[in-house]
Design a protein around this ligand. Sequence first.
Ligand code: ADP
Ligand code: LRH
Length: 480
Amino acid sequence: TAVHTYAAVDLGASSGRVMVGRVGPGSLDLTEAHRFPNRPVRVPEGLRWDILALYAGVLDGLRAAGRVDSVGIDSWAVDHGLLDADGALLGNPVHYRDARTEGIAEQVWANVPAAELYAATGLQYAPFNTLYQLTAARSSAQLAHAERLLLVPDLLTYWLTGEAGTELTNASTTQLIDPRTRDWSYDIARRLGIDLGLFAPLRRPGDPAGVLRPEVLAETGLTGPVPVTTVGSHDTASAVAAVPAVRERFAYICTGTWSLAGLELDAPVLTEASRLANFTNELGLDDTVRYLRNIMGLWLLQECVREWGDPDLPQLLSAAAEQPPLRSVVDAGDAAFLAPGRMPQRIADACRASDQPVPDSPAGITRCILDSLALAHRRAVAEAQSLADHPVDVVHIVGGGTRNALLCQLTADACGLPVVAGPAEAAALGNVLVQARAGGLVGDRAAMRELVARTQPLARYEPRGDPARWQAAEARLTGR
Ligand code: ADP
Ligand code: LRH
């Protein structure tokens, strides 16, 4: 038939899903086959991903998806599993919010100064970059016994197909890739004593990644052969690939557990100013660079909601919309919010420390979070444009946060730019489209985006009010 069917496995920090995309000449639709929670588990040695539960969710999803022409897998970045010489997983993958990387960066910088590291890898400082995680693990029994390291989507692909590879867009989040050569940073790895031999060969979006193993076919009721296709396995790379920008110069914000705000560029920005502003140069589809900043994102709200016993989200958001605007704001880029737990108290503490009114109701705290996110979006969009000398006319918001109309409107207001919001499942769509492109069903990146723009529901938000109010709120945080 002219319509092809693809399964997109998309694992976010808050939930995993298996989506089914149908792509025909000029048509694209996406339905959810299966969604499952992603619940990290704290064990005595620290915070871990429940990777077997996630893999079981993937199998359940493939069973629910039914006949598909191909499967693609993307997930959150940086985290990985270690395998022994028999190919068996050594322990549960460590969660990027685990405390093991505290104080590690300083040890790394004593060998390779932070400025040199940035010039070589283009990666922002985040304590959880794989480079720091591996340094933190350097005297662990697990690493000593490890023969292979697989990033999370590559690990699941390995379990599904028996074939091991390292997908490039996600590899670019390890801080061991040079964004100019799009190959390993051999010199950095050598100087830091990181064995690049742990990594399987690099592969790129569109490359074949094997076929489902007979045992997987049996367990999912699928009939083989079912190929697995390499996609932009970093969820943010897949999401950016599905930003429905047609002709305009755009910034994007991928909103979910994180807000990833920035630009798609042809070349990395490796200047000292860029490093000090903590912008990252991750690799995107084709030869693009995702020049962006990590902002704490809806994690702040997820953690509060967890503490408040899971109240109804739409109700909470409409109460927040009634709250006075910009009463108090916090720095949503602050790594102090990275770890789980006590989030309402930590936000209150941050307001107190900056001499602002302390919000004391769930609605007030929620408004503080959304105002703070919009403010951080504004700053990232403005700074990215000036650091990359790349002005934009519109901000595209994709991801779960597009379901939050208040956040989208506040972001338009803060940026002083129109916001186009949607699709909510951008990562899954980017995943599907790269599979379809590998099958020759869609053309280049522009054609993929045009197809998303034409087929997916989008909402437009015009900026309202005086942007000077946001400038004043910003000054409360930066003292400028
Ligand atoms: P991730 O992929 O990082 O797990 P998602 O892209 O799935 O994240 O986005 C999850 C977020 O989307 C939630 O934390 C929540 O704030 C927001 N969200 C989901 N559904 C709704 C809704 N109905 N209304 C408002 N916000 C929503
Ligand atoms: C978003 C994301 C982001 C990374 C973080 C670890 O899901 O992949 O791009 O920085 O998780």
